[in-house]
Design a binder for this molecule. Sequence first.
Ligand code: TXD
Length: 319
Amino acid sequence: MARSKIALIGAGQIGGTLALLAGLKELGDIVLFDIVDGVPQGKALDIAEAAPVEGFDAKLAGASDYSAIAGADVVIVTAGVPRKPGMSRDDLIGINLKVMQSVGEGIKAHAPDAFVICITNPLDAMVWALQKFSGLPKNKIVGMAGVLDSARFRHFLAEEFKVSVEDVTAFVLGGHGDDMVPLVRYSTIAGVPLPDMIKLGWSTQEKLDAMVERTRKGGGEIVNLLKTGSAFYAPASSAIAMAESYLRDKRRVLPCAAHLDGQYGIDGLFIGVPVVIGANGVEKVLEVEFNGDEKAMFEKSVNSVKGLIEACKTVDGSL
Ligand code: TXD
């Protein structure tokens, strides 16, 4: 059987890490694409030279021409400009919207059957715009944010409860902004919901609230530390989990920015919700019930995403 092909649009910090992880996991052959000539080719060669040591087989190529992504099974998009300290995700809209236009046209022309994962910020707006520019079916394009946000929450919880990260599940909904919605009721330690863990005395409500807040600001925390860019290891791991679920038809239930068609009372927006990712892309949206507080938090987050979409429409009247 022929190997799958994975195209990475953007060969920056996340793009390079994606290529390495895709190689290590033997997900398929890998093409790195970037407008900066030499960088995708250099990273492809560097990772290809790691393959004999690590013992994986994959063809790696770098390109600055969209014809190189032809026939890709998965396309992961990180092309654009990352946040700098003091810059909000929304500040990125003007620049990255134009990037999404060229990427969307490239995908439409050369890889229209791919499953596309968008990572570029502001995420919920960029994945919406990329779907419009590419014309992809709505079940074949998702945004990566929820897996990362819940991984951050899981890390904080595992440290606080002093248990393995493997036994912590976390549920984070909504847009990828500071008003994302970590749902403690649906987050567990080995199946035991967090509020019950507090009742059992394993931590306090104050500490839990602080971890929720730290999760919401998790992206900014790394930006402030790095000073010259944003997080890239955990974002790459998160997108690879989504790609793997599609390529291996694992049907994992992962929080993704997915197109909603009436679910959660939302129509026509990409919002972070748990979805089943299998061989057909987004196979199903998992709709959970909210209590009053959760509903209010979710609505606030949805309104921020709506604001981003309006900003996109102002910048580009054709959207
Ligand atoms: O959870 C999430 N979704 C995110 C999103 C978590 C972390 C970072 N997030 C966003 O991902 C971040 O705000 C950026 O918008 C993207 C990519 O982050 P990365 O750290 O990889 O940025 P880099 O290193 O600057 O890489 C971007 C590359 C760079 O090599 C540019 O030359 C290239 O994108 N680029 C392009 N490639 C192709 N086509 C066009 N037009 C283009 N413009 C820039």
